[in-house]
Ligand binder design. Sequence first.
Ligand SMILES: Cc1cc2nc3c(=O)[nH]c(=O)nc-3n(C[C@H](O)[C@H](O)[C@H](O)COP(=O)(O)O)c2cc1C
Length: 480
Amino acid sequence: MTFKDLREYLAYLRERNNLITINDEVSVNLEIAEISRNATYLNAPTLLFTKIRDYPEWKMVTNLFNSVEAIYNILGTRDLEGIASNFFSSISSTPYTLQSKLKSMGTMIGLGKILPKNSRAQFQERKEFSIKSFPALRTWPKDAGTFFTFSLLVTQDPDANVHNVSVYRMQIVGDKEVIVHWQALKRGRITAQRYLERRIKEIPAAIVNGVDPVIAFVAASPVPPGIDKYLFAGILRNEGVRLFRLTNGLRVPATAESVIEGYVDMNDTRLEGPFGDHLGYYTPADYYPVFKAEKFYTREEPIFHATSVGKPPLEDAWIGKGVERIFLPFLKMIVPELVDMNLPIHGLFTGVGIFSINKVFPGQGKKAMLSLWGVGQLSLLKIMIIVDKDVNVHDFNHVIYALSTTVDPKRDVVIIDNITADSLDHTTERPLVGSRLGIDATRKTKEEVGHEWPEEVAPDDEISKKVEKYKHLFKQYKSP
Ligand SMILES: Cc1cc2nc3c(=O)[nH]c(=O)nc-3n(C[C@H](O)[C@H](O)[C@H](O)COP(=O)(O)O)c2cc1C
């Protein structure tokens, strides 16, 4: 199922009794954030607030990504890995035979379907608006102010027709100004560097809010730089995103609830934060550039999309799990020995990750580790555990068994010092520079360990079959 816009998704939820409407008057100052966090912690569905104090024109939606089930509904499938696999299998082989040529033509026609399309905008310009007309949230008591927490920053590569559409929090600091918290290695920041290299310091940008949830999901996903995020959203929706061209040349979803057109001024950096972040700590204040608004647009009776992060599991955790599954096939293309991965929710996606590999040559555990640390946002992963392919990475007991039976710390633990750190990581000595811990918990070869690896116990096949019946008996038996 493809949703045209946020409204259509909300109607879909309402039909299934999966939307809670809150008609009490609520405040953007701490109250909406606290209600929304409680909803996520208690596995409640999406919330629609209809009466926001001081913002009579707006409704607000939170808790859109409230569970893995919600992600399945939004993406229209439970087989998230299948999305990428299907895409690859349709484009990866050379069409030699007539039959495969026909199939390839079909694929190309299919590709046309997922490409972005130009469209008329559903929103109108609002001359009377300022940034302060938007119901930005204060989410934790010691936040520095109010923030856009699920708005999408749109920028475009200076040379290529490639759009970045990314969720970064933004702090309101004036009628026309917000600070953009894009971290190092994020596409917005990388693109800014490309403008700076061309001596352009005012980067055309737009802040978009309230879009079809697949686009919002893609905006929070680490799609490799160089791949247009609208195109990627088209792949996930199986239908191209309808886009409207703003006067500054950028394209934004034509059905967005609100759009702020402007530019990021790289000459003007200001202190952003503190902000209660997804690690469950306040990120200390730091300098980031300011977005300057030039035009405002909204739909009639606009809906604002927001969230609050904090200690897991909140919405970003479920998004992270969806991202993990969708991107596994992409990662396998780059790291061919990779079999499965688990970025545990409480590992915060940059803290701890477990990866299983098909090990066939000595030293491959560490080789895989270095390959994975070289890929996109995984390069920020602090602690990486590599296990053999028969270890279930989602079963912590299994992983601990592997750690305990394969690791000699002196040989199998890698520490890399003085490496880029996540800017939210408060544990490092200095900001932005930290270290990595890798543990190779694969069974070792003779070359690695200096002697034959011992044989693991396994029952005699014949006896095992013969006594199978007792297993059924034991399973039925309940001790008093
Ligand atoms: C609710 C939420 C808030 C986020 N806030 C930030 C942020 O302030 N800064 C940041 O760099 N990434 C933030 N992220 C993570 C990015 O959205 C994610 O890394 C995404 O891949 C960035 O897009 P990009 O790959 O196009 O740069 C946030 C994600 C979510 C779900």
